[in-house]
Design a protein around this ligand. Structure first.
Ligand code: MAN
Length: 525
């Protein structure tokens, strides 16, 4: 045990020394796989404390190919810890952190080849070449951003102008609305006033109509009564003012089964289980029940025609119908009691033959109609102003980017075609898809929100709640914004069913300062 500890110490010393020699090529000597920024945490004159603070070990244990720290911080230059981090200096290109488990695994991860130090010659140093390419690309990007940035500044100016114009328009609409509401309430008051007059005039017609209705009802009632009385008199053979079962049985017209007799039970039913009925009961109860029966029989048993008539080859149906009606209704209305009816009263107010009102009433109706029309117009105007205001308010509340650079793009539509579909992105509104083989436009989402990751919020747009996918969720689209000198869609894909990814270039996404920030964050690796 003591021997093995001694061996471990000796090995460690050799490895650490070797490491320091290798890293000694840079200014600050440090163990292998340690970045410049972390060099001070590895001091050969002190014990090493794991980054997570869980233990402190002799410095000789650092990079001794044995994992002592839970966080792998004691083995940055070996693959002993699964969770360690190896730092590639990559001089000439970008430094890089790789998982230390990849150290000496036979695969070149660092462009300077330092991760494969156990087998020198396995990896050649290609950092200069890669760095050159990366720098050229970065330069291109920087040039693009610089050129695009001019356009972005223009968009910012236009965006701010658009917003302030919208604010002015909104406050104008607020004034318009106040005015329109005033007009509306004036029109409403006028309408109420004229409608009251119209109502008053029409009430005269309504009253007359009601009077007429009552008069007709009374005529009908009297007709019914007259008819019932006539039948009563007919069947009351002894004219004693009482109709008996016996008397009605003689009226064979009620012989329903045509056996020459009127069923006594039926009569009892019509008589309310009494032997006889008086005129009053007959009118109110018996006749209304008997009449349908009477009418049926009347239709079935036509009165016998005399020979002369029988010779007539054709029967005038109209005449016959008229005769039937007479039979049913009894005599004509000649004897109907006159209902008092003051026509002079009605003369002025009844609509004339063509259904028109008197001149004065018609004038009031026309005035009220016009007032109603004007109120409807005034209400429509208020609604239209309110709807415009809502649009302006919604647009003013929309997040058009930190400097309004996206404001002028609102509503602009761009298309992209692939083999199967034509996609359309209407910025801040919606995304659609249309099959080239025809069919309906499919909604792939409506404007939702900016959804870029922290610090890059304005690099991604989300359009959600599109048409429901068959047996699945609603379609939605993610729009990635890239710097470009013109606004266009460069690709549309569907990485997951009903989830669409759109690449969109626009000068609004070009920003020198953003680029500078990105570069800084790369260097920090
Ligand atoms: C349509 C298109 C496709 C989508 C399927 C899902 O064909 O909207 O993009 O994948 O429906 O059923």
């Amino acid at each position: 045990m003591i021997y093995s500890a001694w061996i471990r110490q000796l090995q460690s010393l050799t490895i650490v020394l070797f490491t320091f020699i290798i890293s000694g090529q840079t200014d600050v000597p440090r163990p292998r796989g340690v970045s410049l920024s972390k060099a001070s945490l590895y001091s050969p004159t002190k014990d090493f404390t794991c980054f997570d603070g869980t233990s402190t070990i002799p410095f000789s244990y650092v990079n001794d190919d044995y994992c002592d720290c839970f966080d792998g911080s004691d083995e940055p230059g070996t693959s002993a810890c699964l969770n360690g981090v190896f730092y590639c200096t990559n001089a000439g290109h970008r430094p890089q952190n790789i998982p230390s488990s990849r150290v000496n695994d036979g695969i070149c991860d660092c462009c300077d080849g330092t991760d494969e130090y156990a087998t020198p010659g396995t990896c050649s140093n290609v950092c200069e070449e890669l760095g050159r390419e990366a720098r050229a690309k970065a330069q291109q990007l920087a040039d693009l951003h610089k050129a695009g940035n001019h356009l972005r500044l223009e968009l910012i100016e236009k965006g701010n102008k658009k917003r302030s114009e919208m604010a002015v328009q909104l406050s104008q609409l607020e004034k318009d609305k106040a005015e329109a509401e005033l007009i509306k309430s004036e029109k409403e008051a006028l309408k109420n006033e004229l409608e009251a007059k119209e109502n008053e005039a029409l009430q005269v017609y309504r009253d007359a109509e009601e009077k007429e209705r009552q008069r007709n009802a009374e005529i009908e009632r009297q007709q019914r009564e007259k008819e019932a009385r006539e039948h009563f008199d007919k069947y009351d053979v002894n004219s004693d003012g009482t109709l008996t079962i016996d008397e009605i049985q003689k009226a064979l017209i009620f012989d329903r089964n045509k056996d020459g007799e009127v069923d006594q039970e039926d009569i009892l039913h019509f008589f309310g289980d009494k032997d006889s009925v008086n005129l009053e009961y007959f009118i109110s109860t018996t006749w209304p029940m008997l009449k349908p029966l009477f009418m049926t029989n009347q239709g079935l048993f036509q009165p016998a025609v005399n020979e002369e008539e029988a010779e007539e080859p054709e029967v005038d149906e109209e005449e016959e119908a008229a005769r039937d009606t007479e039979d049913v209704g009894g005599d004509d209305d000649d004897n109907i009691d006159e209902i008092p009816h003051d026509h002079t009263d009605d003369h002025d107010i009844e609509p004339d033959q063509s259904g028109k009102y008197d001149e004065e009433t018609q004038k009031l109706i026309d005035e009220a109609t016009e007032a109603r029309r004007q109120l409807t117009d005034a209400e429509r105007t208020v609604r239209e102003i309110e709807s415009n205001m809502r649009t302006f308010q919604q647009n003013l509340e929309k997040d058009y980017g930190p400097q309004q650079e996206y404001a002028t793009l609102d509503g602009q539509c761009l298309e992209y075609e692939d083999k199967e579909y034509i996609y359309k992105l209407c910025l801040f509104q919606k995304v659609t898809q249309k099959s080239k083989n025809g069919g309906m436009e499919v909604g792939l989402g409506e404007w939702g929100e900016w959804a870029g990751e922290e610090g890059k919020k304005y690099s991604v747009m989300k359009y959600t709640n599109g048409l429901a996918c068959w047996n699945g969720p609603h379609r939605m689209s993610t729009v990635n914004l890239n710097c470009g000198l013109e606004s266009k869609l460069t690709s549309v894909t569907e990485p997951f069913r009903c989830e669409y990814k759109i690449e969109f270039t626009t000068p609004a996404a070009c920003d020198d300062s953003n680029l500078a920030q990105q570069e800084t964050s790369h260097d920090e690796l």
